[in-house]
Design a binder for this molecule. Structure first.
Ligand SMILES: Cc1cc2nc3c(=O)[nH]c(=O)nc-3n(C[C@H](O)[C@H](O)[C@H](O)COP(=O)(O)O)c2cc1C
Length: 446
């Protein structure tokens, strides 16, 4: 008699035991069979990606860190996030200072106070890293497209204050700036903090690496983000379907091999099961970055009723559009309230997306719409949205392409709502599941 295979894993193929044994090993592999090495430290190879404006909360990042993985927090709208957590008044002070500009489309004078920015950043980072209890790490997702009406100065302050606050790693995202490494090279932690970049093409990677090589400061990890990710995308709204993560990931691996560079590569975007992750790890990924599955976790910052919208979403409800003022396409639910915004630009208090010189495409559209409106008619804004306000109010429901599958990952409650899983359950499912199975959380009674 051949040895009995675990039921439910795979059908036996004929009588060839060796083939069957091989298939068994392959399909029963799980993420826990692998480890991620970054800068001499070892982690469970699961990274929860940064999800802006406090969707990836301190609590969510800590859940990953506690289990030996890596969690991100994000510094998008940092003053606003601090006000919510610590009851500080960064936003109201700024709004008061620039109140005179509230009806003025020219926002060039509406600037961030760099000392206050540093204070807010350091406070948030210290608050998060001081609660670490595990063997994992906490990284900061830093979107460089948040130009804050003074891109270079504010970026330098954000990164330096994060290092001062004790962050383990900096993940440079959305709108990589070639000068970033130069900006922080004088910081005492420049060579000890882990630095990673998010790219969606070999081209972007090779441009960044040229500068990094000159400074003798290569990134410690590279996140390759494919077209199924949430948030802003490195692909066009009309052509994202023509790209796929596996191809770009393999191109990046081949490029690094050719250049004889040994940098951990971490794919992201659409990795929905532990087995999806294993497939990448077997292809040479150092770890995986995931986010969508965690958007509905108890620890994620979205309000509970918004999490229900995410779980109920169908494939048709998910679009890639150009509503973001960053100039990058963004994926979101069509029901996002922010897509119907006609509010006055809110740059005096927020203003995180003001380009240098105080421009924002929402300001332009808003004032054009105001001028074109006939008496008695509602205001009609063509394409853009006030993303700062939308993200601050959890009205911009950005999501990954696999959001429509979230209902496979949890239980429906008696009242018709969905149970919100704990981040730990999702993390452990990624770590230990095999054969594309998804372990549902223990049912909760209401
Ligand atoms: C709700 C949401 C918000 C996101 N926000 C950001 C962000 O602020 N910055 C960023 O670099 N990536 C952001 N991302 C991308 C994730 O960090 C991650 O790389 C990607 O979504 C992983 O793919 P998955 O969601 O299919 O697992 C976001 C993703 C989601 C789902």
């Amino acid at each position: 008699m051949p040895p009995q295979l675990c039921s439910g894993y795979l059908p036996l193929i004929g009588n060839d035991w060796s083939v069957n044994a091989l298939i068994l090993i392959k399909t029963t592999m799980n993420v826990d069979n692998f480890r991620l090495q970054i800068g001499g430290k070892e982690y469970v190879p699961i990274i929860i990606g940064g999800m802006g404006v406090n969707i990836s909360t301190t609590e969510l990042a800590l859940a990953a860190e506690k289990l030996g993985g890596i969690g991100h927090i994000s510094d998008a709208l940092i003053g606003y996030v601090c006000d919510r957590i610590f009851k500080t008044s960064f936003v109201s002070r700024k709004r008061k200072k620039y109140a005179a500009y509230s009806t003025n489309p020219d926002k060039s004078a509406v600037l961030f106070d760099l000392e206050e920015l540093a204070e807010a950043q350091k406070k948030y980072i210290e608050h998060t890293v001081s609660q670490k209890t595990g063997n994992g790490a906490i990284f900061l997702n830093c979107m460089e497209k948040l130009t804050m009406n003074s891109g270079i100065e504010t970026l330098k302050v954000r990164l330096c204050a994060a290092m001062d606050g004790g962050i383990d790693g900096l993940t440079l995202a959305a709108g990589l700036n070639l000068r970033t490494l130069d900006l922080i090279q004088a910081h005492p932690r420049f060579r000890d903090v882990k630095i990673g970049i998010i790219i969606s093409s070999v081209r972007a990677l090779s441009i960044f690496l040229k500068r990094a090589i000159r400074l003798d400061r290569l990134p410690d990890y590279i996140v390759v983000e494919g077209p199924l990710a949430g948030g802003h995308l490195g692909f066009g709204p009309g052509d994202w379907q023509t790209f796929d993560l596996k191809t770009i990931f393999n191109e990046v691996l081949a490029f690094l091999k050719k250049e004889e560079l040994n940098i951990p590569v971490i794919p992201a975007g659409g990795i929905f099961t532990g087995t999806d992750a294993v497939e990448y790890l077997q292809l040479g990924a150092a770890g995986v970055q995931v986010a969508t599955r965690f958007t509905i976790s108890k620890e994620a910052g979205l309000p509970s009723e918004v999490k229900q919208h995410y779980i109920n979403a169908s494939q048709e409800d998910i679009v890639v559009n150009m509503a973001s003022t960053t100039g990058y396409p963004m994926r979101m639910l069509t029901s996002s309230p922010t897509l119907r915004y006609t509010i006055k630009p809110n740059c005096e208090g927020l203003g995180y997306l003001l380009e240098n010189g105080g421009k924002c495409t929402y300001i332009d559209e808003y004032y054009q719409a105001l001028a074109a409106r006939k008496p008695g008619e509602p205001l009609f804004i063509k394409e853009k949205t006030c993303l700062c306000t939308g993200m601050a109010n959890y009205d911009c429901w950005t999501c990954g392409q696999t959001t429509y599958r979230l209902k496979e990952t949890t239980n429906r409650l008696e009242n018709g709502k969905w149970q919100l899983p704990a981040a730990k359950d999702i993390f452990l499912d990624y770590q230990f599941s095999s054969d594309h199975s998804i372990r549902l959380p223990e049912p909760e009674t209401i």
